[in-house]
Design a protein around this ligand. Structure first.
Ligand SMILES: Nc1ncnc2c1ncn2[C@@H]1O[C@H](COP(=O)(O)OP(=O)(O)OP(=O)(O)O)[C@@H](O)[C@H]1O
Ligand SMILES: [Mg+2]
Length: 309
């Protein structure tokens, strides 16, 4: 082995350690670690990017504990685009925070590729997010006094990447989202749709594997929302992403490969079909499960009415 490849291996090992990747010296070692645990097995099924098992989240700020999820399960395969819909307050943003290791569950496990989020220290969680997750916030959280280019480059600068390389990559992404003419404008001077394009560029500048988008079109008019979602669809394909998108917009949910409705702490698969004129969505669960072994209830959901919340 050359000294260069040995350095690469050392670097990979230290990076993996930084994000809590579980590595094994032999298959026996791996099987002993898994010890019949199905979620651990999912860690090693390469077609699965995300696996959530028995997730519970409760808040204890009021007089009564607020239980948002209890035994919530979810499996997402690589390159899937999944929409999550649900009433306001059902816990959609909280779920995305847990998937991004921005918050900790009260119980249960989240695995992203070979990373078990439950064992990450806060520092490892930050490294994991910077390496694996692209996050688009509903309220974009751009820094208004910085340019579009500086905002898009921010995650790479936070990694201590050289400024020239960070800005070159950010420029590439801003061109991809059609903002080459606005690169040096302050973020605070951009329109809502342009700001959301910058936040897409910022989310993808690190080449993440998982894109989590919390109502990315929520504050946009229909035409701009359609354009931003079209862009997101293109980026999903060209960047080979796995994407989870929270939306209240049923027309957008329909264009995703799978739609899950968060209701009373569980994810229910919904089938969107027909036109929006077919009527309001029924909530009649049937017994089948969305992914073998994972109890996601399937719900018929005709029509494209955006009236979930
Ligand atoms: N830190 C917290 N402490 C206590 N309760 C919280 C906390 N964060 C969220 N909640 C509560 O959890 C519930 C779910 O909040 P969340 O923001 O996840 O909902 P949501 O489905 O994203 O809603 P929306 O569609 O309005 O964005 C809400 O009732 C909220 O008040
Ligand atoms: Mg929310």
């Amino acid at each position: 082995m050359s000294s260069e490849s040995s350095t690469d291996v050392d670097h990979l090992a230290s990076t993996n350690e930084a994000v809590g990747v579980v590595q094994f010296s032999s298959l026996e070692d791996r099987d002993a670690h898994m010890d019949g645990n199905s979620s651990r097995r999912a860690e090693f099924d390469d077609s699965i990017l995300l696996h959530v098992e028995n997730l519970r989240k409760e808040y204890r700020s009021g007089s009564q504990p607020l239980v948002l999820f209890d035994a919530l399960n979810l499996t997402v395969r690589r390159s899937e685009m999944v929409a999550i819909v649900g009433e306001s307050g059902s816990g959609k943003s909280t779920l995305l925070h847990l998937l991004a290791a921005l918050d900790r569950p009260s119980a249960g496990d989240v695995y992203c590729a070979s990373t078990w989020l439950g064992k990450l220290t806060p520092g490892q969680a930050a490294t994991f997010r910077n390496r694996e997750i692209g996050y688009v916030w509903q309220l974009h959280y751009l820094l208004p006094e910085f340019t579009a280019l500086e905002n898009a480059a921010m995650p790479l600068l936070a990694r201590d990447q050289p400024r020239s390389a960070a800005f070159a990559k950010a420029q590439e992404l801003l061109c991809e989202v059609g903002l080459e003419a606005r690169m040096h404008h302050l973020a605070g001077e951009l329109s809502g749709g342009e700001q959301q394009r910058v936040s897409l560029a910022r989310a993808l500048v690190t080449q993440p594997s998982l894109l989590l988008a919390d109502e990315p079109t929520g504050n946009l008019d229909n035409r701009t929302a359609d354009a931003v979602f079209g862009l997101l669809e293109r980026l999903h394909a060209t960047h080979r992403l796995t994407s989870i998108l929270v939306t209240h917009n049923m027309e957008i949910a329909k264009r995703c490969g799978r739609t899950l409705r968060l209701h009373e702490g569980r994810l229910h698969e919904v089938r969107l079909h027909g036109s929006s004129s077919e009527g309001a969505f029924p909530q009649v669960p049937t017994a089948s499960s969305a992914t073998p072994g994972h109890p996601i209830v399937r719900t018929e959901f005709p029509g494209g009415n955006a009236g979930t919340a």
